[in-house]
Design a protein around this ligand. Structure first.
Ligand code: ZN
Length: 289
């Protein structure tokens, strides 16, 4: 699934291709035909990204809202563009370039107030200038017992973070994904959002995700040369830095990866767990002959 970095990159490409131009709009697939007719030949003002949501602003206050979900994508064709495939939901075209949107779960024409309503449900976006980390922190501590790994994927905490960035940012800050949000200190939180933002900024340049620092020393000799070398832990078997076998476990219904040495798991010393253990010990003592 494209993460926020890709959506920001797409917004820049679309602004460059279409802003301040009259743009042809068409829906070869037919599912957006009525809306496309309203847009056809209208002035395209700008494209905007917020988290994983993309907005096209057209003259007259019309907004097209797109969410690419798991399988949606924009295909860009410099002129002369080939005839659109029958699956194209929306083709936007000028004399120079055409862009085909295929397979999005969401492509809708909405009024401006609906866009504002949608944004009000999202947390701050680390790639935007209006990013406010304190607002994210407030949402984080609202549910202190939730794991930090789960919280990072919640779009009400940080908009735009997906499965790859959460795994990589937690690794780089040495925080185990199963730590409770409430146990993450203010300093750790600052390191975490700064890491997320830096990784996503780098990924927004080309729309691709590559988290390994350009000046990172070579992988630990025991880690060998992983074929997919773009990530530290995501979909890896061995830690690039310490060569420990990585843990893999499901989290928020997605695959999660962590290094047991670089991201020590929280000690099982919480009051509730201690109480349970004492209870067990008492029973064991009582059952002993
Ligand atoms: Zn490690």
């Amino acid at each position: 699934m494209p993460e926020g970095n890709t959506i920001h990159w797409l917004a820049r490409v679309h602004t460059r291709d279409f802003a301040a131009r009259r743009v042809r709009a068409d829906s070869p697939q037919g599912r957006f035909a009525r809306e496309a007719r309203r847009l056809d030949g209208r002035l395209f003002e700008s494209a905007e990204a917020y988290g994983k949501h993309l907005f096209h602003h057209w003259s007259g206050g019309l907004v097209v809202h797109v969410h690419l979900g798991m399988a949606g994508w924009f295909y860009r064709h410099p002129a002369p563009a080939p005839p659109p495939r029958p699956t194209v939901r929306l083709r936007l075209a000028t004399r120079d370039v055409a862009t085909d949107l295929i397979g999005p779960p969401t492509c809708e024409l909405i009024p401006e107030f609906a866009r504002r309503k949608l944004l009000a449900r999202l947390g701050p976006d680390p790639l935007r200038r209006d990013f406010d980390p304190d607002r994210a922190l407030a949402e984080l501590v609202r549910r202190p017992r939730r794991t930090i790994g789960d919280a990072l994927l919640d779009q009400r905490v940080l908009a735009g973070v997906g499965n790859i960035y959460r795994a990589e940012a937690l690794f780089l800050t040495g925080i185990h994904p199963k730590r409770a949000s409430g146990n993450v200190s203010a300093e750790e939180w600052e390191r975490l959002w700064k890491t997320v933002r830096a990784l996503m900024r780098r990924g927004a340049v080309r729309g691709r995700i590559r988290t390994i620092e350009p000046d990172e020393p070579p992988a630990h000799p025991l880690a060998g040369r992983a074929p997919a070398d773009a990530f530290y832990v995501y979909q890896q078997a061995i830690c690039r830095r310490c060569a420990s076998p990585l843990e893999e476990f499901p989290m928020s219904a997605r695959r999660m990866f962590a290094c047991p040495r670089c991201q020590p798991e929280p000690r099982r010393g919480s009051k509730r767990r201690a109480k349970e253990k004492n209870g067990r010990d008492r029973k064991r003592r009582a059952a002993a002959p």
